[in-house]
Design a protein around this ligand. Sequence first.
Ligand code: SF4
Length: 465
Amino acid sequence: MTINLKDLPVDVGVVYEGERIRSGDMFIELGGPKVDYKAELVRARKKEEIEDEKVIVIGRDIQELEEGSRVPFGVLVEIYGKKIEKDLEPVIERRIHDFINYIHGMMHLNQRYDIWCRISKEAKNSNLTFEDVGKAIIYLFKAEFSFIEKIQVTLMTDEKEIKKFYDDAVAVYNERDSRIRGMKDDEVEEFYSCTLCQSFAPNHICVISPQRSSLCGALSWLDCRAAYKIDPEGSNFPIPKGDVIDGEKGEFSGVNEAIKESSHGDLERIYMYSMFDFPHTSCGCFETIAFYMPEVDGVGIVDRNFKGEAINGLRFSTMAGQTGGGEQTVGFLGVGVNWMTSPKFLSADGGWERIVWIPSHIKERVKEFIPAEIHDKIPTEKDVKNLDELKGFLEEKKHPIVERWVEEEVVEAAEEGLVPEVAAGEEMPIVSAPTMALPGTGGIKIILKNAKIYADKVIIKKVEK
Ligand code: SF4
């Protein structure tokens, strides 16, 4: 290797991984939520297609950008090696996140089309250039993966170029995601782990199955299997499923053992297909958050690019604090968009029939995977603005969740001894209670003792106060 990290104007090392660059210290932002086009991609190439250790910069360099600007950003890493197959691309790509974070004065968040980087004023003042950034990336990849024989890095800030690159990258992501579709959890003996995010969420591992992709959206079961084959000591190892404890909720003895070990005994069990009781843990890289809304007994989805408040009045960033960190948080779950295309997506909680709100751009992305009969019944930010409007929309469109409200009201009433439980189609004529208070007026209270009331029908309505 011809690159020497000592020649770079800033330090590079794992010690800088947790460095946060706050807006006051920031020189520029690359990608991020305020920029439409950003992406990172690793591609396996033929030997003759790339030049080893070459860095290409397209667009303005760090020193040419204005302080405080937010610019589109593209990172293309092209690699060659006899052992490298296409299957490995996503696994290697996920490491761009770590390696950019190793550069002192640079911060990298998220993955794929969601990347969000910052360069500090201090790094700018040290004369850092994209050529240096590219060299650091090349050095770290070669040091980590001995099977990389040639590597070339292209960094882009030119909007026109990035638009084209973004479209190509999204096509690659879609192609990768489609490879796993059709495979079933029942058909495999083992799932895979990913422990990459333990550096900031020490209790967390992702358990990745054919029908449950990672919450960051970057890795599928096939990717993890490929990674394990080439690097058995790495962060993706097989998790034998063991016994099926609950097939509907997705509880497996082998997964529970892995979770117990990774959480150092803090957690004992997880459900793979539910966000209630024992949900999968979430680190911080999730593409979206699924959040439960007790007001409608439904689940909303919000992604990190959604601008403004979700339908429950909370921003993504507020809910992210509650969801992440590797904790098991009932009612909040980090979800990769790709999981929404799986029949096992929250299947134990009702799947798409439980989803009552979703941002329009996410709905558009997964529209072909939303059952046709429910698609128009799930509102977006374009249809409703608050919980009252949401309730009205769901009732008007006869969203299946509305049936749950009726069922729950009847069950609640039955539990309070007001309504006897009856099977569908049976008559429900008698309300019987040892003591019952009727609402009175004018200071008079009416109490019936040992009363039996006969009725043809009982209608239970919630009264707005
Ligand atoms: S979110 Fe999960 S799959 Fe993605 S990098 Fe982190 S641990 Fe790995």
